[in-house]
Write a protein that binds this ligand. Structure first.
Ligand SMILES: Nc1ncnc2c1ncn2[C@@H]1O[C@H](COP(=O)(O)OP(=O)(O)OP(=O)(O)O)[C@@H](O)[C@H]1O
Ligand SMILES: [Mg+2]
Length: 239
């Protein structure tokens, strides 16, 4: 891996900021305050674990950061640019180039092979075929699945599918990776492999990682922990 670490730990460079981030869902006549005026900063090179009870707002928070969802109030800044100011097209570009998303339920495309699933974001980026093939091979090796590229998702175990989903999230070399319970469907050994991979990305490629998890084993990997309770974010560990 090449080293981006020289600039990784330049102090004082905020990669991501949430300012008074608020999301209220209207369900019938009642309002659900999913996120309430959250302020949060992730610096270049941060590795943050987010925990909190079910329904506390963790997925909502990630969806606002990746601009899959729009805030009711407040804003998200990525490298100083407020996502509120971007068009849908610009947001799609931002996600394609800078953000890798890892979902609990994998979201692989069933008719594509493992290798084609991993390659997919590069097609969107219109990379030449030879470079795509090289990157696919490299990332599949990285996640320990170099020999299984031809298999379809339904021919893989849960842990292998999750590693393909991770390969797909990382193949574009994003600067920010958002992961929602990435190890929830994995046995502890595979979960540890996945987290080792994430730690390497963080340390060697300076990728900013935000990982939602209930798993204390995963939390050990982070440099920093925050928790969300009733839509409010607090620094530090907690139950
Ligand atoms: N699309 C929606 N419409 C209405 N309410 C929603 C919607 N999405 C989430 N909510 C509500 O917002 C709150 C926060 O949900 P969120 O999915 O962010 O929780 P979470 O912390 O990710 O929970 P879990 O650990 O169970 O995944 C919950 O009360 C949930 O019911
Ligand atoms: Mg969730």
């Amino acid at each position: 891996m090449s080293s981006d670490s020289q600039f990784c730990h330049e102090k004082g460079l905020a990669f991501l900021e949430a300012r008074s981030l608020t999301k209220t869902y209207q369900v019938g006549s009642s309002a659900v305050h999913a996120l309430q005026s959250v302020n949060f900063t992730a610096m270049q090179g941060d590795f943050v674990v987010i925990n909190g009870p079910s329904g506390s707002g963790k997925t909502t928070f990630l969806n606002l950061i990746s601009a899959i969802d729009r805030p009711t109030q407040g804003e998200v800044l990525i490298q100083g640019v407020s996502t509120n100011t971007l068009s849908e097209r610009q947001l799609a570009q931002l996600r394609k180039d800078k953000i890798g998303l890892i979902f609990q339920s994998f979201n692989l495309i069933p008719v594509l092979s493992a290798a084609e699933n991993a390659e997919y974001p590069l097609l969107l980026q219109r990379l030449p075929k030879t470079e795509r093939a090289q990157r696919v091979q490299a990332i599949l090796s990285e996640v320990g699945l170099a020999d299984l590229g031809k298999r379809r998702p339904n021919e893989l175990s849960g842990g292998q599918r999750q590693r393909i989903a991770i390969a797909r999230a990382l193949i574009t070399r994003p600067k920010l990776v958002l992961a929602d319970e990435p190890t929830a469907n994995l046995d502890s050994e595979t979960g540890a492999q996945v987290m080792d991979l994430m730690r390497r990305l963080n340390e060697e490629h300076c990728v900013v990682l935000l990982v939602v998890t209930h798993d204390p084993e995963v939390a050990r990997y982070a440099r920093r922990q925050v928790r969300i309770r009733d839509g409010r974010l607090m620094e530090g560990e907690g139950s």
